[in-house]
Design a binder for this molecule. Structure first.
Ligand code: AMP
Length: 175
């Protein structure tokens, strides 16, 4: 079975015009979840990776499984106000207004090789904020891995234009 066949589309969620690509149907299927983790890791086999960072919230489910598989540590990148320790902040644009992502200042060490993970890349704004946080720590980004790319929103191209490798497993049309 192809990975996209495990992903459910919910029209007009969270608002009209958005086709919500719901990975909970992928996560709840034992073969689907296993396949997603294996496919996300495939290009990095044999490459040294010191930490996995992931974007709240669905990225955590993937990032935790990937970090466990690699026997490395996991670092959460969260929405503002959720992390208890000292953090760095990066603002990014949403369709309406701005938001902020945060990472603990002691989450990564300088020079560590980091893989950044989330479920989906759309405009790339969330991912770009994550990349900036990883760079603030002077860590080295190995790449960014997502299950889903929405190519019409241009996020993958944006992140690649920053010189970062982007690995995606499938594409869907529209927003
Ligand atoms: P962006 O910053 O525009 O690349 O948006 C990516 C973030 O928003 C990810 O964390 C996704 O989980 C979420 N997201 C954006 N668009 C969708 C969509 N159509 N379906 C599901 N999640 C989405």
């Amino acid at each position: 079975m192809k990975i996209e066949s495990f992903i459910r589309t919910i029209p007009d969620y969270p608002k009209k015009g958005i086709q919500f690509r719901d990975v909970s149907t992928l996560f709840q299927d034992p073969r689907g979840f296993r396949m997603a983790i294996d496919m996300l890791l495939h290009p990095y086999a044999g490459q040294p990776i010191d930490k996995v960072a992931a974007l709240e919230a669905r990225g955590f489910i993937l990032g935790g499984a990937i970090a466990h598989q690699l026997s490395v540590g996991f670092v959460p990148i969260r929405k503002q106000g959720k992390l208890p320790g000292e953090t760095w902040e990066e603002d990014y644009s949403l369709e309406y207004g701005e938001a902020t992502m945060e990472m603990h200042t002691d989450g990564l060490e300088a020079g560590e090789r980091v893989l950044l993970v989330d479920d989906l890349i759309a405009t790339g704004g969330t991912c770009e904020a994550g990349i900036k946080l990883i760079k603030r720590a002077n860590a080295e980004l190995v790449g960014c891995a997502f299950i889903i790319d929405l190519p019409e929103l241009g996020g993958k191209k944006l992140i690649e234009s920053l010189g970062v490798e982007v690995h995606t497993l499938c594409e869907f049309e529209g927003e």
